[in-house]
Write a protein that binds this ligand. Structure first.
Ligand code: MN
Length: 261
């Protein structure tokens, strides 16, 4: 395996592109994620949506020291065994397949993962959990989570609701057990996958943070830390922790020849 990129000391963190609403002629990625990764010391690596080319996807994945799952469209409920609800939003089928595949590989290989918003939901679905297709309509006692509605009414760093944090990796990184977060989602975790444990809850009990049951580096949050780097500098710690874990993962691969193919 070619390891020259690691000479720069920057672990390679992959993040999937998405299909813009303007159509499938191009793929895109949210700039704030890429900038957050770069400032935390990573080499951000955008991943094309090669949903029908598992070999190419696997080759890209094998270069990665860590995975960032970003925000975006709703996941096709077929991936968690439900019919499409009328309030389920736009679906990016290629992105669903690519991210679920990458996430399952990373969970299997214990490759470090930071998951944000849609990514938080992708992790749960990849591991066998389910989602509320629309919290306002389907959660038994919802608070408002969709602070993108009405459009333009709220800044992306608007601290929308409280989150209670369990003693956890997340709690250690943030150094807090009670914080306020932004909230730019209308779906959320319904049943938690058996291999995952909650690390944070919103005021209505919604799981807004989750981690692995074992010590794999998996940090998953329903809010958007990449939009809070100025408003709450503790949020940069999530990216720093991912980069540190990815560096360690990459170094272990390089220094353990038996693990190289
Ligand atoms: Mn929320």
């Amino acid at each position: 395996m070619n390891t020259t990129w690691r000479l720069h000391g920057r672990p390679v963190i992959g993040a999937a592109l998405y299909t813009p609403e303007t159509g499938p002629r191009s793929w895109a990625i949210g700039r704030s994620y890429v900038l957050a990764l770069a400032s935390a010391g990573a080499s951000p690596w955008p991943i094309p949506l090669l949903a029908d080319d598992a070999q190419a996807l696997r080759a890209i994945y094998d270069h990665l020291d860590g995975l960032l799952l970003t925000g975006g469209d709703d996941i096709d409920p077929a991936h968690y065994g439900e019919q499409l609800h009328p309030l389920c939003g736009r679906i990016d089928a290629a992105r669903d397949r690519v991210e679920l595949t990458l996430t399952r590989w990373a969970l299997q290989d214990r490759k470090p993962i930071l998951a944000i918003c849609r990514g938080h939901q992708v992790v749960n679905v990849a591991a066998g959990g389910t989602l509320y297709q629309d919290l306002a309509a389907l959660h038994p006692r919802p608070i408002k989570h969709d602070y993108f509605d009405p459009p333009g009414a709220y800044a992306r760093d608007f601290l929308a609701h409280g989150v209670r944090i369990a003693p956890s990796r997340l709690g250690d990184i943030l150094g807090a057990h009670d914080i306020r977060v932004n909230s730019l989602h209308h779906q959320g975790i319904k049943t938690l996958a058996p291999s995952l444990v909650p690390s944070a809850w919103a005021d209505d009990g919604l799981v807004e943070g989750l981690e692995a049951k074992d010590d794999q580096f998996l940090l998953s949050v329903q809010w958007h830390p990449e939009e809070l780097l100025d408003a709450d500098p503790r949020m940069g710690g999530l990216f720093a922790a991912l980069v540190a874990a990815a560096r360690e993962f990459g170094e272990a691969r390089v220094t353990a020849p038996l693990n190289l193919e």
